[in-house]
Design a protein around this ligand. Structure first.
Ligand code: SF4
Ligand code: MG
Length: 308
């Protein structure tokens, strides 16, 4: 499979008044054409920051290093004007909170139609009709009536599907979804899984799904990248990963699942301001040795001295 997105050695530091928060540290991930990569890890590990950095949605008090190659361009060097086109047409961002991401004073149909007018050059009527088709496709019924309604008239699940309809209306090459199951109860999760399968089968985009929900990730992923304290610590094929994870953090993460014994990961997540020296997982790791006071190399698959 051809590579579509290649994030190389990305660092994102938030420069606050007296401190620097190193939210992402030399992280590398690749998303190939038509594949689903899930980026997993606990809250606060830098996953969303990495996702937002790809679309340059971060505030201006950041220092950013590395490269983000997408479709032949280093996005970090693209002017904002070009980035706007990429955001509208080629990479869609499906944010975490559907309620605050739809415009409350505009009809949902209009919000889905507008990107098609702006970026695909459709006339108003055609775009509106396509918006109705998308609502139907994503099971928001009756679509003709729903198109004319406002977000507050939708249920939470419908708002999320509308947001996905909005994000996919221009048939982007890459869709980045941030915690799509956050706040969704277990019974409704199945619908979210179906929703992403549907997107995937429809126009075959690549998907980067950011989630701390491992069972959800397992249902959708082709490959998995694990983040810990701003760093990517393991990348693997999904099947291999969920059967036999390598990195001690990945192992601990899987063992903390209800289905695998519910064993909590000992210790606390480290500070992003002053992370532990050497391996960042060292204070919590059962396998740590003196060597682990030095930073482990990343061999492309796992960042740990056990595999160096
Ligand atoms: Fe544990 Fe050392 Fe591997 Fe870090 S490098 S995960 S401390 S064994
Ligand atoms: Mg997040």
């Amino acid at each position: 499979m051809k590579s579509l997105l290649n994030v190389k050695n990305l660092s994102v530091h938030f420069m606050l008044e007296e401190i620097t928060v190193k939210a992402v540290d030399r992280a590398s991930i690749e998303v190939k054409e038509n594949e689903v990569l899930t980026l997993i890890g606990e809250s606060g590990s830098g996953k969303s920051v990495l996702g937002m950095a790809i679309l340059k949605l971060l505030p201006s008090n950041i220092k950013i290093g590395g490269r983000i190659d997408f479709n032949g361009f280093n996005l970090l060097e693209l002017p904002e004007e070009k980035m706007k086109d990429i955001r509208g047409q080629e990479i869609a961002w499906v944010p975490q909170n559907p309620s605050s991401s739809l415009n409350p004073v505009l009809k949902v149909g209009f919000q889905i139609a507008e990107p098609m007018e702006v970026h695909l050059g459709y006339g108003r009527k055609t775009a509106w009709q396509k918006a109705i088709d998308l609502l139907r496709f994503f099971d928001i019924r009756p679509p003709e009536k729903r198109a004319k309604q406002y977000p507050h008239q939708y249920s939470g699940g419908m708002r999320q599907r509308a947001l996905v309809a909005m994000g996919t209306s221009t048939r982007p090459k890459l869709i980045i979804a941030d915690e799509p199951t956050k706040g969704v109860d277990a019974t409704k999760k199945i619908r979210v899984i179906e929703l992403f399968r549907k997107i995937r089968n429809n126009h075959k985009p690549s998907l980067l799904i950011i989630t701390h929900d491992l069972p959800f990730a397992e249902k959708l992923a082709d490959r998995v990248a694990v983040m810990y304290c701003g760093q990517v610590v393991e990348v693997a094929k999904a099947e291999t990963f969920f059967n036999s994870p390598l990195h001690p953090y990945s192992k601990a993460l899987l063992e903390s699942l209800p289905s695998k014994g519910l064993k909590p990961i000992k210790g606390l997540s480290p500070s992003m301001i002053d992370p532990p020296k050497g391996c960042r997982f060292r204070p919590r790791c059962d396998y740590a040795t003196d060597k682990c006071f030095e930073e482990p190399p990343f061999n492309g698959q796992v960042r740990c001295w056990l595999y160096a």
